[in-house]
Design a protein around this ligand. Structure first.
Ligand code: MRU
Length: 382
């Protein structure tokens, strides 16, 4: 299998991310040298995808303190655990503000806060505390790949067992947005499930929506599937119903930015449309996400904060000039609306109610609803 794309590269205390705003035509790695640069890269979507932004935030946190440890003398906040906490917490709070919907980011910053609290309770040695925090930050990024492979297998095997007794063919699976290596530290969530089906010879084709207005599907998922040599078909967001009417689609698999306690799931805008249509066509609808995406403190989807992106982003299409007159790849943004359009609704995510979801998959396993119930009990998989 061809090598997957990498969203974050690290070497020592160096961090580089691929600028996803320029993909698929230009592959440019940009250095991240501070928490401010990490915050900006997340906010402007140079890096995106719930697990990937949590990974970058944690890595930039570790980088910041790796560099602090090298200073001689050490910065004043090393004077006591209290001084350290007073310095660290605003940094974590700041990273958390980069994007509001993906709970992985909040889980990562809360995990670092808790680690700091726990360590401060047992030692006054701030140098040792910082060293442990650095390890924890790196761990948050590193543990992502392994759990993605686990959930891809759980979900893939579950789907094969569910579909194949009645339809013993290879499977067609539709996905939305980009949930692959670019959206995670590697392998992906829903795209990981699709990759797994391909690896075990059970995938016919991966279908994916363009996912306007940011085109994570046509720019990023297309590139990942092409790189992995997985047979694929792109559809416009408006074509999901037509696809279900005319092609045998065996499942819809999507990622998630936040899963509420009852199973309601926030994911890329357009996911809810696909879920409604999947229910209409009796197609299993599967959410694949790590435990860090499950938010047991949020009772239902109604409480999930939905990020509103700048209106202008819905008026622009990003791409390259084609054909380019000078033969060079030229990045361009084209306005596709009148310049003075006033009413623009541009939520980045929507919420799919639990009753439209057939299964939720984490690295711990697969949850389905009990007969006759409309919500999930997620306890067995978190
Ligand atoms: O706005 P984005 O591109 O960050 O949205 C990404 C998604 O909605 C993904 O489906 C989700 O984060 C899961 S990624 C494994």
């Amino acid at each position: 299998m061809a090598a997957a794309l990498i969203s974050i590269r690290t070497e020592g205390d160096k961090i580089e991310i691929v600028n996803q705003l320029l993909l698929p035509h230009i592959t440019e790695y940009i250095p991240i040298d501070s928490v401010e640069e990490a915050h900006d890269a997340i906010k402007t979507m140079k890096i995106r995808g719930a697990p990937a932004i949590a990974s970058l935030a944690s890595l930039s946190f570790s980088q910041c303190f790796t560099r602090a440890l090298r200073q001689n003398p050490l910065p004043d906040y090393f004077a006591s655990p209290e001084a350290l906490k007073a310095h660290v917490q605003p940094i974590l709070d700041y990273l958390y503000t980069a994007r509001p919907t993906a709970v992985n980011l909040g889980n990562a910053t809360r995990r670092l806060t808790k680690k700091l609290e726990d360590l401060s309770a047992v030692t006054q040695d701030t140098r040792a505390i910082v060293k442990d925090l650095i390890v924890e930050g790196k761990l948050i990024a590193d543990e992502d790949v392994g759990r993605n492979k686990a959930m891809a297998k759980w979900g893939g095997d579950w789907l094969i067992n569910r579909v194949q007794p009645s339809s013993p063919k290879t499977l067609n699976v539709l996905t939305v947005c980009n949930t692959g290596s670019l959206a995670t530290s590697g392998y992906g969530t829903a795209l990981g499930l699709i990759t797994y089906l391909h690896e075990v010879g059970q995938l016919d084709k991966a279908y994916f929506t363009q996912t306007t207005p940011y085109h994570q599907g046509s720019r990023l998922t297309a590139l990942e599937l092409k790189t992995l040599q997985i047979p694929n078909v792109m559809i416009c967001d408006t074509m999901v119903g037509s696809l279900f009417q005319h092609y045998p689609i065996h499942a819809v698999a999507v990622g998630a930015d936040r899963i509420a306690k009852n199973g309601d799931t926030a994911n890329k805008i357009g996911t809810y449309n696909a879920a409604v249509l999947a229910a209409r066509h009796n197609i299993p609808f599967i959410v694949v996400a790590p435990i860090s995406t499950v938010d047991l403190d949020t009772e239902s989807g109604a409480q999930i904060p939905i990020e509103q992106r700048p209106p202008l982003e819905a008026c622009l299409v990003r791409g390259v000039v084609y054909p380019s007159e000078n033969g060079k790849v030229e990045q361009a943004q084209v306005m596709i609306t009148p310049t003075d359009l006033e009413g623009i609704y541009n939520p980045s995510f929507d919420v799919t109610p639990a009753d439209l979801i057939t299964a939720i998959v984490t690295e711990k396993g697969v949850a389905v609803k009990k007969e006759g119930e409309k919500t999930f009990d997620l306890t067995p998989i978190v």
